[in-house]
Design a protein around this ligand. Sequence first.
Ligand SMILES: [Zn+2]
Ligand SMILES: [Zn+2]
Length: 422
Amino acid sequence: MVTSWIAAAAWGLGSVLWAELVRDLYHVLSHVWQPLYRLHIWHHRVFRPNLVPVSDTIYRQAQWRHDLPESLAMLLFGLPLFLAAHFWTPEQQWLPLVGTVYTLSFLAGAIARGYGVAGAHELTDLTHLPGPFLAPPSNWFVNRTYHWRHHFDNQNAYYCGTLTLVDKLMGTALSLQGKTVAVTGASGTLGRSLLLHLHRAGAKAIALTSGDRPITLDIDSKTKTFKTVTWQVGREAELADLLEKVDILVLNHGINVHGERDAIAIQKSYEINTFSTWRLMELFLTKVRSNEEIARKEVWVNTSEAEVGPAISPLYELSKRAIGDLVTLRRLDAPCVLRKLILGPFKSNLNPIGVMSADWVARQIVKQARRDTRNIIVTINPLTFVTFPIKEFLVSSYFKLFSNKGDSGQVSLASEPETRFF
Ligand SMILES: [Zn+2]
Ligand SMILES: [Zn+2]
């Protein structure tokens, strides 16, 4: 009895999931196969960046040329499911009808929009409605902010229509092409590797460093000099103008005082690892105002595996856990995507006995970011993959329950007096 209920649920939900997979693959095909692209291009001609249709005629044409054939493909490729159900579980052979009914609702919507039925656009075309974006791009379900990027950020990414699974599998859930990405701690081992792999992914990488020499890297036997901006911990506000133009801010600077535990070591660790990172994050969030900024801007914070495990360096752990928790807290209301980089020990100047190479770690970070992983875990410690998600869920739920958004607005992020350690 229980087994047949599970099988029934699997056929019902599976047929809906299958319809969505067909929809997204049809869309991908529409971008790579010319005959379909000629029809699909109408869908891209319709909207202005504020998602208001250019004209009613083009909008209606786009329904007949893209949305209707897409729904018909979903219907057609749903048919083999009936055959499969008939042979495997004959008593449930009609359950793929769930997917068919689901698809028919989209078919009906496309026809209604094609005929220009009043209210059809508002009722059935939810990812193309104009108006201010109320949330950053969502992670598992496509919202307006997510889909806007397919039209106006990169048409060769963000293909999904309802679930983001296909984009995650294809690495098209975040496009770095043409994005301006600023990386702090850029002269460090990981910072340099991040610059390299972000550059390779098509981003315009900017190095933020306390050093005054431009960062150069040998890439494919050529020397590449990155735009380098010098800044100091405690003087984050001086980066305000630069951050206006930055799409993704990667907060990667840090200090490890190892076994020290005196007052200066405490101050240094918290000032650099926690508060400097937090101030830059807050400053960046004040730059997220328009729909485009909500859709494109992101912060990545290197909070480290020390969030959930020992790093043989108590003050490193304390200060990294503090910034990790602050990111968890701010994520509840942040106007754009905040990612965490949960990294295990890699070989660097801070940690000469690290196991992983910084180059490999940076490559994994970029790869997972393109899959829109919000908590990017790169480590050789299998425990972290279990403990981090549990910890993040529990802490986030606790913060959600016992804190509220408030309306205090922005804190003053004016430059702090320059710290005497630098
Ligand atoms: Zn669209
Ligand atoms: Zn498209």
